[in-house]
Design a protein around this ligand. Structure first.
Ligand SMILES: Cc1cc2nc3c(=O)[nH]c(=O)nc-3n(C[C@H](O)[C@H](O)[C@H](O)COP(=O)(O)OP(=O)(O)OC[C@H]3O[C@@H](n4cnc5c(N)ncnc54)[C@H](O)[C@@H]3O)c2cc1C
Length: 302
C-alpha cells in the first residue's frame, strides 16, 4: 500500500491534517487506535462551535466528514513501527500489513501518568488538568491544586477565578517567597502536609486525606499529570524531542516539520501546551506543510 501521506492518530490533530490533504486530493492513510486523550470526560469545552459537546460526538462528525473524500483509506488499529525507507516512510500496522507513505504525520497525542492512584477513577470528572476546559463546571466549589511539578504554583494562582483554592505542595513544590506572597494576594491557602488519598463516591471527590490523617474538603482537584508521547514511532524514526513542563514532546519547527526529513508531527505530542483547538490548528499546519513539501518535491524532480 503506497500513499502520499500516512497520518498516525485520528483525533483533533490527525483529522485536521487529514482533511487538508484529502481536499488536496492526495492519497492518504489515516491510522487510529481510537484512544483520544479526553475520552474520560463527558463534555469538551472551549472548542469553537462545539462547547459542551461530547468528545466522541466531535470525533464521529469529523470522521464522517473526512469519509466523504474518496482518496482517504482508514485503518482502525495501531501503527506499531516506522522507519524511513527510500524517499518516504514505511509503517507496520497492527494487522501485519506494511504501508508506505511519501510523508508521515505523527498525531499520536500523549499519555497521562497521574500522581496518586485514587485520582485514576476520577480523571476527567473531578480530577482535572485544565481550568479553561472544566473550571467553569466546578465554579464556586472548594478547589485543590495538587502540585506535581515546579510550575504548579502558576496553575494555583489562576484557580481562584473559579473557586476557593488550596495549594498542596505535597511537601516538595514549596513556593518561593515571592510566589507565596502572590498566592496570598490571590487568596490561595497553602497546605504542606501531602495528600495521600482522594475520598468520595465513584468519580466524585468530596475530600482529601492528608498524611497526618486530617480530611480537607475539596470537590475539584487540579493537577498536572506527567505526560509522555503516546507512541514510540517518533523515537524509532529518530526525531528530536524537547522538554515541556509536564514531559517531553516531539520538536517541530513553525510548520510542524520534525528534525527528520519527510516526518511531520502535530497536536499534544508535538507541543508543550495541550488543548483541542491548538492541536487542531497544528494539525492543519502539518497537513498543509506535508502537501507543500510533496508539491515542491514534484516540481523540482528531474
Ligand atoms: C480529561 C481531559 C479532558 C480534556 N478536556 C478538554 C477540553 O474540554 N477542551 C480542550 O480544548 N482540551 C481538552 N483536553 C485536551 C485535549 O484532549 C487534547 O489537547 C487533544 O485531545 C489533543 O489532540 P491530539 O489529536 O493531539 O491527541 P489525542 O486526542 O490524544 O489523539 C491521539 C490519537 O492517536 C491515537 N494513537 C496514538 N498512537 C497511535 C499509534 N501508534 N497508532 C494508531 N493510533 C495511535 C490514539 O489512540 C488517539 O486516538 C482534555 C484532556 C484531558 C486529559
Amino acid at each position: 500500500m503506497d500513499y502520499d501521506a500516512i497520518i498516525v492518530g485520528g483525533s483533533f490533530a490527525g483529522l485536521s491534517a487529514a482533511i487538508q490533504l484529502a481536499r488536496a486530493r492526495r492519497r492518504i492513510l489515516l491510522v487510529d487506535a481510537g484512544r483520544p486523550r479526553n475520552r474520560f470526560s463527558e463534555a469538551s469545552h472551549g472548542f469553537l462551535g462545539q462547547d459542551g459537546a461530547a468528545p466522541a460526538d466531535i470525533m464521529r462528525e469529523g470522521l464522517r466528514q473526512l469519509s466523504a473524500y474518496p482518496s482517504v483509506d482508514f485503518f482502525n488499529g495501531t501503527a506499531e513501527a516506522a522507519e524511513t525507507q527510500g524517499q518516504g516512510v514505511r509503517a507496520e500496522l497492527s494487522d501485519g500489513v506494511q504501508a508506505w507513505g511519501r510523508r508521515i504525520i505523527l498525531a499520536t497525542g500523549v499519555a497521562d501518568e497521574l500522581p496518586l492512584e485514587s485520582m485514576k477513577a476520577r480523571w476527567g470528572v473531578s480530577v482535572l488538568h485544565c481550568p479553561y476546559c472544566h473550571g467553569y463546571e466546578v465554579r464556586d466549589r472548594p478547589i485543590a491544586a495538587i502540585a506535581n511539578h515546579p510550575g504548579a504554583v502558576h496553575q494555583a494562582l489562576m484557580l481562584p477565578d473559579w473557586g476557593p483554592t488550596t495549594y498542596f505542595t505535597q511537601g516538595v513544590f514549596e513556593p518561593n517567597e515571592e510566589e507565596a506572597a502572590q498566592l496570598a494576594r490571590r487568596g490561595v491557602r497553602i497546605e504542606r502536609v501531602p495528600v495521600v488519598e482522594l475520598l468520595g463516591e465513584g468519580a466524585a471527590t468530596r475530600a482529601l486525606r492528608l498524611a497526618d490523617g486530617r480530611e480537607v474538603a475539596a470537590q475539584a482537584v487540579f493537577t498536572a499529570p506527567t505526560t509522555r508521547v503516546a507512541s514510540p514511532l517518533a523515537s524509532q524514526l529518530g526525531c528530536t524531542f524537547a522538554d515541556g513542563m509536564t514531559g517531553p514532546h516531539i520538536l517541530v519547527d513553525g510548520i510542524q516539520q520534525t528534525s527528520v526529513e519527510r516526518v511531520f508531527a502535530a497536536g499534544d505530542a508535538a507541543q508543550p501546551m495541550h488543548n483541542a483547538t491548538l492541536a487542531s490548528a497544528a494539525g492543519v499546519m502539518a497537513g498543509v506543510s506535508a502537501h507543500r513539501s510533496l508539491v515542491t518535491e514534484e516540481a523540482s524532480a528531474s
